[in-house]
Write a protein that binds this ligand. Structure first.
Ligand code: SF4
Length: 176
């Protein structure tokens, strides 16, 4: 895959099959490095931009494809959007192959739209969980989110609305 040649990502970790990081069975890529430093962050080891390991985008694609049960990929962190430009060719290739794409960010959609180099990745996503983790807003009742201020955005509808944030139905209460 030529577009992926020579692209490396700084990765904090990988979970090859997860049911808690988005809808369905997903491959989760945790990107290393985060400037947000939320109080109460569960993964402070992902903050260091010199930490983690370098993994080639080609490697990640072949690992995703190696599991026929996986239909979605989640970019988590750390802060995936600090590596947005390096992620775009991989995300575009996964999208082309029919995978459902989701990302978490400590930035809000509004901040990402103003942040350099993030637009292309936003164009490719199906879901975005946005905003920092706020300890005072923490709840265990939320699906895929740690705190109430975070939003699960339906990105197709958000793009269609001219980038006004549109909440996905997954924001609703967790069924028990
Ligand atoms: S954005 Fe995510 S990784 Fe970064 S500090 Fe906040 S919770 Fe932790």
């Amino acid at each position: 895959m030529d577009a992926l040649k020579n692209i490396t990502l700084r990765v904090a970790g990988i979970i090859e099959e997860s049911i808690v990081d988005g809808p369905g069975l997903r491959f989760v890529l945790f990107l290393q490095g985060c400037h947000t430093h939320c109080k109460g962050c569960q993964n402070p080891q992902t903050w260091d931009f010199e930490g983690g390991t370098l993994v080639s985008a080609e490697d990640i694609l072949s690992r995703v494809q190696g599991d026929p049960l996986v239909h979605g990929i989640t970019f988590s962190g750390g802060e995936p959007f600090e590596q947005a430009q390096a992620l775009v060719p991989l995300a575009a290739e996964l999208k082309r192959r029919g995978y459902h794409l989701m990302a978490f960010s400590g930035y809000t959609l509004e901040q990402l739209l103003r942040k350099e180099g993030c637009q292309e990745l936003l164009e490719l996503l199906d879901l975005l969980v946005d905003g920092p983790f706020v300890e005072e807003e923490k709840s265990l009742e939320l699906r895929f989110r740690g705190s109430r201020n975070q939003r699960i955005l339906n990105m197709a509808a958000t793009r269609e609305s001219g980038w006004s944030p549109v909440l996905d139905e997954l924001n609703g209460p967790v069924e028990r």
